[in-house]
Design a protein around this ligand. Structure first.
Ligand code: SAM
Length: 391
């Protein structure tokens, strides 16, 4: 009897073990077959080594290290919130990089590739105003300080005191130079960091925020609800929509004083750190190859929506010359050839010189300016180029 009991016990244990084995065998082969041989992050890094290695030459190794390390944030202050978060953050050692612009002591203020003389990108370019008219405030921890911000808390109206974003992402908004009364289009606006920055402008005339993705437009609405008072959200001065931005130029021609074209790109930092939904994964290869074409179509559309005399800022978070200067040249060419519209590049050197103690800028670009990641100031990459529509 005892022997029978023992045999039953052993049989039950074997059965249990078999169940575990079956469960394991059900999971393991699936996991093994779906795991790509080379993760997308590795493919991205390999591609960057080839293209950026030659594009950035001696700069690439230090940019590469920074790109793989934790990025640094800035706290975009929400002027609509009652919380005095500025004082709180200043106590922690943060400074508003926009107003705190002690003269740069290093070589960043001069372009080493141009022998240190005053830089103007080309004779055809015009220089942007060095004064900042915006009421945008963005606090950052000092160079070399990698402290993290705490999550923002809601005030008595439920509005959050600051929005955490790459501080370099604020630069395209500053370059846009939005003034009181301006009508502005943010063509690719979700999730909304730059739109929020633009909304900090005192007495903004009208802002249209658009994104072709319905789910991302929902996210954009949620962000706006967390930062902007209800009465301003329902105001006719703010319009949220979800259209294909490449078609905008056909419908809203010659309309806006300022247009921000912050296009989808290879999101370089994300591409080397996050495998999920990575643009370098095999199933997104076609989409990735078509990016420059889509970017040029979006920028052309942005140029068409601007009024003559209006200004357009094109931006990406990629280091790619093809997605940056290449797209600007192509869109400006198409605007002239297909629509007879002349554009002029506005020199952003005064802006970069002003902020050279906070960010590292790539030297000697043929058009536009680019923040490159650096271990002591790990912001970016952010590329921006400003165009003025002449006709
Ligand atoms: N400006 C945003 C911000 O500061 O939070 C980030 C924009 S993100 C770099 C690019 C956006 O372009 C994505 O949200 C994407 O859904 C949108 N997009 C992609 N194709 C588009 C198109 N054809 N028209 C308009 N938006 C598009």
């Amino acid at each position: 009897m005892a022997l029978l009991m023992e045999t039953r016990l052993i049989l039950r244990k074997v059965k249990d073990l078999r169940c575990v084995a079956v469960r394991w065998s059900r999971v393991k082969p699936k996991w093994a077959t779906t795991r790509p041989k080379f993760p997308a992050t590795r493919l991205a890094l390999h591609q960057f080594d080839v293209t950026y290695g030659s594009q950035l030459s001696a700069l690439w190794p230090s940019v590469r290290v920074a790109l793989l390390c934790e990025k640094k944030y800035g706290a975009l202050i929400n002027n609509f919130s009652h919380h005095d978060v500025m004082a709180e953050l200043q106590l922690q050692g943060c400074k508003d990089f926009i107003t705190d612009t002690a003269p740069a002591a290093d070589s960043q203020s001069q372009d080493p590739e141009r022998g240190g003389e005053e830089v103007s990108q080309s004779d055809l370019q015009t220089t942007s105003d060095t004064s900042i008219h915006s009421s945008i405030k963005c606090l950052v921890f000092p160079r070399g300080d990698i402290s993290r911000f705490k999550a923002a808390r809601p005030d008595s109206d439920g509005l959050l005191g600051y929005y955490l974003m790459d501080a370099a992402s604020v630069l395209p908004c500053l370059a846009l130079d939005v003034r009181a009364g301006h009508s502005v289009l943010d063509l690719c606006a979700a999730p909304g960091g730059k739109a929020l920055a633009i909304m900090q402008t005192y007495d903004l005339g009208f802002l249209c925020v658009n994104d072709s993705s319905a789910s991302r437009t929902m996210r954009l609405r949620r962000v706006l609800q967390s930062y902007i008072p209800k009465d301003q959200l329902s105001d006719t001065k703010l319009h949220v929509c979800s259209f294909d931005g490449t078609m905008f130029g056909d419908v809203e021609r010659n309309s806006f004083d300022r247009v921000l074209v912050d296009v989808p790109c290879t999101t370089d930092r994300l591409s080397v750190t996050e495998d999920d939904n990575n643009i370098f994964s095999k199933n997104r290869a076609g989409e990735r190859k078509r990016l420059p074409q889509l970017q040029a179509a979006l920028l052309l559309s942005g140029i068409l929506t601007a009024r003559p005399g209006g200004e357009i800022v094109y931006s990406t978070c990629s280091l790619s010359r093809q997605q940056n200067q290449g797209v600007v040249e192509q869109a400006a060419h198409l605007a002239l050839q297909e629509h007879g519209i002349h554009t002029q590049i506005v020199d952003l050197k005064p802006l970069t010189q002003r902020f050279s103690n906070t960010f590292h800028f790539a030297p000697g670009l043929s058009a536009g300016e680019m923040v490159v990641p650096h271990l002591a100031a790990n912001f970016g990459p952010i590329y921006m180029c400003k165009l003025r529509r002449l006709t």
